[in-house]
Design a protein around this ligand. Structure first.
Ligand SMILES: [Zn+2]
Length: 263
């Protein structure tokens, strides 16, 4: 008996994504006038949850936002810097939009907050990343590939509309900002280490799109592994977040105090 097969359904998922706006709306800047401006970037958001833990109810986009808010509050209490957040709620931003916000606001420092994930539950501790054309090691290269994929949805790279911006080649004009970024990375480790467990090899390099503002010292801070019981407890508890924010805030305050006192 002939059997007519039902027409084959095309299974596809359509996600409607607004085209990147010509410059997203600028966030508010808080803090005393005439103070240096730090822009804090909570990684991921909206349809992009970032890294997730299979066993724990922790998503990177929530961890980064909570840490960004805690750091902002701590810095504003200190009264020494102005602060703006690239996002203060659960929304998606392209990597380029994140550092564009910092550039348009005239930021003096850009800090992108993330959390790591690994199959090995024993992996734990924070890592600081700064920009480099070549990754410092294979793990750094893998991390950059993963973080840079934040712009990709349904195989379409929303961030590739301006290929010049996303070229991994680094302009010479960027060298000064890169040197300052490395300075800040060392300071961040020194100041935050009493508050945050770091990995042995705490400063790594990779071609991370979000760090490509050519004129702003920029650091990506992987605050810990959400796949580690110890790190997840620290990153999802108010007390643990406050400690992490304290370490970050001290580094930011000392960084600017040094620069203001430099001849
Ligand atoms: Zn991330």
């Amino acid at each position: 008996m002939a059997y007519a097969r039902p027409p084959k359904r095309m299974h596809s998922i359509t996600v409607h994504v607004a085209p990147p706006a010509k410059g997203v709306a600028l966030p508010p800047v808080s803090g005393p006038r005439d103070r240096p401006l730090v822009v804090i970037d909570a990684g991921h958001g909206g349809h992009d949850p970032g890294a997730a833990s299979r066993t724990r109810d922790a998503r990177e986009k929530d961890v980064t936002l909570a840490l960004a808010l805690a750091l902002r509050d701590r810095l504003l209490r200190g009264g020494r810097v102005r602060v703006a957040l690239t996002r203060s709620d659960d929304r998606f931003l392209l990597l380029q939009e994140r550092y564009d916000i910092a550039r348009r606001l005239g930021a003096d420092l850009f800090l992108s907050l993330h959390a790591d994930a690994a199959d090995n539950e024993a992996a734990q501790g924070a890592t600081i990343y700064t920009l480099s054309e070549t990754a410092s090691d294979r793990e750094a290269a893998r991390l950059a590939a993963r973080e840079n994929r934040a712009d990709v949805i349904n195989g379409v790279d929303l961030g590739q509309q301006n290929s010049a911006v996303n070229s991994i080649l680094i302009d010479l004009s960027q060298r000064e900002a890169m040197a300052q970024s490395a300075d800040f990375a060392r300071l961040l480790y020194r100041e935050a280490a009493p508050y945050v467990p770091f990995r042995g090899n705490y400063h790594r390099f990779a071609s991370l799109v979000v760090l490509k503002a050519p004129d702003i010292p920029s650091v990506l801070f992987e605050a810990g592994y959400i796949t580690s019981a110890q790190d997840a407890a620290r990153l999802t508890s108010p007390a643990g977040r406050a400690r992490t924010a304290e370490g970050l805030a001290r580094a930011v305050e000392i960084y600017f105090a040094r620069r203001l006192s430099a001849p």
